[in-house]
Design a protein around this ligand. Sequence first.
Ligand code: PHE
Length: 340
Amino acid sequence: MLDRLDSLLEKAKGALEDSRDLAGLDEWRVKYLGKKSELTDIFQAIGKLPGDKRPLAGKRANEVRSALESAYGERVEALKTLQRDAILQERVDVTLPGRPIDAGRLHISTQTLRTIYDIFAKMGFQVFEAPEVETELNNFELLNMPAGHPARDMWDTFYTTREGVLLRTHTSPGQIRAMRQFCPNPIRVILPGKCYRYEQVSSRSDFMFYQVEGLAVGRRITLADLKGTMIEFGRQMFGADRKVRFRCSYFPFTEPSVEVDIDCILCGGKGCSVCKQTGWLEILGAGMVHPVVLENGGYDPREFSGYAFGMGPERIAMLRHRIDDIRYFFGNDLRFLSQF
Ligand code: PHE
């Protein structure tokens, strides 16, 4: 019996060496380790041996079985490695460059916003967030535009089905929120965020866009402070030797009101198609906070004064990068977005 086991081990190992693929190995397993294998026969024969011969033969048979099982396992692994190597050599050109992975990037509006934050942070302004869904009260009424005020026509508005609730048409209602939160302390904040207007969409106006509002409130703040701040901003944003010009304008919530221009970054003021031959580009609206608005924010206008300004980062990015259509910003076309 022991001889039979030894020669079985020899034979099986030899056959294992000869199997060249996984299918051959499987045949081998059925033949040498399967239910109908010689080994199974031997185990059955051992059962019929006289009692004193059984233990030795049984032990040897178990050894042979585990030797065959581990030899089989090793062979499977070896063959798999061989196959993998063969595939790698034949099919994969390891010198081929990989496919580039598209990296995400910041949206051009976000980049512009961050530049604006940096400039104002250096001048001591902190960011104050206010909601996009606003009350008619904050968006108009408390900004000195009671119901029926003709100036409301300056902002075409998306109203909600809820009475008195709308999508803010500018970031100015955030002025009321900031004042009510900080009163009676001085304020120096910028308020960035999305605004919505019920507009005919065109190359110059979209129904959604960003604005950055600025607000400073304190004692003895004057128009000179506003001018200095705007000149500094204009130069940091558009170049150190920019000229900055102030024109009279009108907003119900500021008095006096101004619009701020820079000399054309393309022609330097000589006149070209970008500045429509005027030599100037408008960058924002601003003014001294109206006494009524200060009062609505909780400040006594006899003691406090302030200035406010509002700008559109998309418009600023359009000027800086010479983008001729605002619809590109939220048109989700990667050919446009990936240029920045
Ligand atoms: N809210 C104004 C607008 O949307 C801009 C502005 C802000 C003007 C603050 C003056 C002061 O047009």
